[in-house]
Design a protein around this ligand. Structure first.
Ligand code: ADP
Ligand code: NI
Length: 224
């Protein structure tokens, strides 16, 4: 079988891994280095089932997808693409690949229940699926409560119902308790996966989250 990465490409991925690891070590809001690591590993696993995908773009894009998230850059949605370009230009990656990765970073974020995901290329679809898988299942649950804690949110308030966000603006403004995040995002992800590999994993993780919620509500009422 033909190697999917040249020696030079492997070297660029290795350098990017170290760069991202250094930049994100110790970050505590769910966007730490280990998120990038898991997305990178999941993206590799998904790409194994998508032989037409350019693995170089997939791996660099997975490692860099949250390099400068708008949530931590005063809402600047161009901060991520800009930071990725700067890094990749330093590695002398060809411009077409950089442009593709910039576009993936711009479009990969979840933007609300009523806003369709819009990944255009197989490489983008793989990175999207890997990123969304990390918001599901046992790890997704842990990340949601870590995020809630970092933003001073209560775990749950039975009087505050989930909302359906029809625009990115509305989704960004949402500040509800963490259980609502399951209905506003996490339980919607299984139907947004593009690749069959991720669809299968997502189905399992979805069931796990539903079980978790059943147990949570039972405990809340002293019934479990
Ligand atoms: P994405 O990578 O899909 O764009 P985000 O960057 O918005 O995701 O979120 C990072 C992590 O924090 C995810 O696990 C996500 O589900 C979680 N998260 C985001 N917003 C909230 C929220 N309001 N309450 C709880 N968890 C959240
Ligand atoms: Ni991410």
């Amino acid at each position: 079988m033909k190697e999917r990465l040249t020696r030079q490409q492997q070297e660029a991925i290795k350098k990017t891994r170290s760069f991202v690891e250094q930049k994100f070590s110790g970050e505590g809001t769910g966007h730490d280095w280990w998120h990038m690591y898991r997305v990178w590993k999941s993206a590799q696993a998904i790409a194994a089932g998508e032989p037409e995908a350019d693995l170089f773009t997939v791996e660099l894009g997975a490692l860099l997808h949250d390099i400068a998230d708008w949530k931590f850059n005063d809402g600047d949605e161009e901060a991520g693409p800009r930071a990725a370009r700067e890094w990749l230009e330093g590695l002398r990656v060809e411009n077409a690949v950089i442009e593709h990765i910039e576009d993936i970073i711009r479009t990969v974020s979840f933007k609300g229940a009523g806003v369709a995901s819009n990944m255009k290329t197989i490489e983008g679809k793989i990175i999207h699926d890997a990123d969304k898988l990390d918001a599901m299942g046992a790890i997704g649950i842990a990340r949601a409560f870590a995020y809630g804690g970092a933003h001073n949110r209560v775990l749950y308030d039975p009087n505050v119902k989930a909302e359906r966000h029809d625009s990115f603006e509305a989704y960004k403004k949402g500040d509800s308790h963490t259980i609502n995040h399951f209905y506003e995002k996490l339980l919607l992800l299984k139907d947004r996966m593009y690749t069959t590999t991720a669809q299968k994993i997502a189905a399992d993780r979805h069931t796990h989250m539903e079980q978790y919620l059943r147990q949570f509500y039972a405990e809340w009422e002293g019934k479990a």
